[in-house]
Structures are given as C-alpha cells and as structure tokens.
Design a protein around this ligand. Structure first.
Ligand SMILES: O=C(O)C(=O)C[C@]1(C(=O)O)C=C[C@@H](O)C=C1
Length: 101
C-alpha cells in the first residue's frame, strides 16, 4: 500500500468513526433535553409542595444503579458517577431557581 492510499483509508475510517461519534453526541443531547424536561416538572411539583430541591437518598440509589450499569457496559463506574453528579447538580440549581420564583 502506497503512502497516499494508506492516508486515504485512514482518512475514510476516521470519517466513518467521526460520523458515528456525531450521531451518538446528537442522541446524548436529545436524551439530556428529555431528562431536563422531566426534571423541570419535578422542580415545579417540589416547589408547589414545598419539598426540598435535593433528595440525597434518591441520588444514592441512582448512583448505585448507574455504577452497576456502567460496570456491565464496561464503562468506568467512577466516570458514570461523576457524570450523574454533574447533571444532578445542574438539576438542583434549576429546582432552586423554580422554588425562588
Ligand atoms: O428525583 C428527584 O427528586 C429529582 O429532583 C431529580 C434528581 C435527578 O436529576 O435525577 C435531582 C435532584 C435530586 O436530588 C434527585 C434526583
């Protein structure tokens, strides 16, 4: 294989992989948007009933569940936990904003 044809096959493979990454990123964004639509409703429900924005017991159950899912999927469970905590922190911020309104 000459240098130029090898470069072309690498370029093509990189292009295919990046198309797949772009599709996955789009799915992640759409799934997150749906999740935030649901949590916004939870925020309004909690505010209407004077419930606290955070529920640490629920979070502990979610973390345990996601860590197990991650392990089964061969994803680093510590990363899965960090990712969930990052999302939940943003949700709690939204809940607090709704409660103040
Ligand atoms: O389930 C709730 O009570 C929520 O407010 C949602 C959610 C989440 O984003 O999953 C956010 C904050 C809570 O601490 C726990 C979970």
């Amino acid at each position: 294989m000459s240098n130029s044809s090898m470069d072309e096959s690498v370029r093509a493979e990189l292009g295919r992989l990046r198309d797949s990454i772009d599709n996955i990123d789009a799915a992640v964004i759409h799934m997150l948007a749906e999740r935030f639509k649901a949590t916004q409703q939870v925020g309004h429900l909690k505010a209407a009933h004077k419930l606290p924005p955070a529920d640490p017991a629920r979070e502990a159950r979610q973390i345990a569940r996601l860590r197990e899912l991650a392990e089964n999927a061969k994803l680093d469970p510590a990363f899965a936990e960090k990712f969930l905590n990052f999302i939940i922190a943003e949700v709690i911020r939204h809940h607090e904003t709704i409660a103040r309104a």
